[in-house]
Ligand binder design. Sequence first.
Ligand SMILES: [Zn+2]
Length: 451
Amino acid sequence: MYDLVIQNCHILQFKGQTAVVLPNHSIAISDSKIAAIAPDISAGLSRESIQAHGMLAIPGLVNAHAHIAMSLFRGAVEDVPIDVWFNEYIWPMESNLEPEDVYWGALLALAEMIEGGVTSVADHYFATHEVAQAIEQAGTRAVLAWTIFDRAHAKQQTKSMADFVACWHGAAGGRISTWLGPHSPYVCGRDLLAQMARQAQEFGVGIHIHLAETAQQVEQSIAQYGRTPVAVAHESGLFAIPAIAAHVAHLGKGDMELLQAHGVGVACCPKTAMKLGSGVAPVAAMRQAGITVGVGTDGAASNNTYDILEATRLLALLQKHEMRDPQSMPLVEALSLATRDGARVLGLNGMIGELEIDMQADIALLQLEAAHLHPRHDVVADLVYSAKASDVDTVLVAGRVLMQGRRLLTIDKAQIMRETAARRERLTQRLPERRIQTYPSNENPGAASSK
Ligand SMILES: [Zn+2]
């Protein structure tokens, strides 16, 4: 007897470098996994069933880099350079955050992600216990990195970091894993990165870090260490353990080889890169070099949404545009970034990212009835270039239904929106000299590294 059978849907599967659609098939689920995929599985063989007539089943989408609680700052800072964005807005505003704010902010993003078919996220933030509680409640999957900003912060948090890993690694039925998240080489410095690498090794967890997001960061790293940020991360031991490097838009000689040789997963966030004018990650070249790349949304303060369909589309378009090559980032490759490659970046390959037997039943079902999806020449083209988050009808994670008929079943969206709206004014206050860190700008190049 199966736990659940999804009947009569079209199922998207990867076959090597191509994708196929199995028309009018059923998916049977047992013990959180896909147990069978066949043309017709009788509802009588299962305790529950979902009629998904005409819907498209895709692997739950993977967000490879985010700060989900930053949904609280969506649209609060626009049209400013990155140093002003950090120093005058984001880091002052983040100093207002209490753990409970982070909890509600995380839930707001999770509501948006479930509604958009995003079932897994690699998140990077503080008050991570509260983020974990939100994930546990929403029912999604996450790799949560505990953000560290500087040595004093690390020292003060050593015990809480260990407690966090002990408490949440493998929690929520295995849906949550915990990593460490030194923010970036430019605020942490080389010694702290080395310390974090040792600590992660001791805990048996990975490292999630921002790397080489802007050309200025690379210049500063070379001035300070004679090395690129990627080389600094490597020499600090970060690549000796599983690692996610976010952004990675500016690579020096030898950087790609380092990322490839150590299996570092790269998370590209095209919308943030475009909005901040910080430069485009060479995704096509990285993939050619054998680097695993996923697609991320970063936080909503820069990216405004946690919509992976949108991010994937922007990433594909941006590669074509930058390379002046319409053949760069073809359809299946783009879709793969948002699913099976994203899973690899999170260290969850073989578990999620594909609809195959024995994989976790993390599934998004999309309605294909909207005008923008007709007529249907190529469903992958529709997914990459015309589908909207609002086409997602039903979402499952580990076989549990989190949304059906666009109704969220695990979290109360109206309450979440009330709670986050009530915090808006307090959280956007900025007090002089009160900020959680200082971004090294041209005016104060060594501000953070001197800590
Ligand atoms: Zn980020």
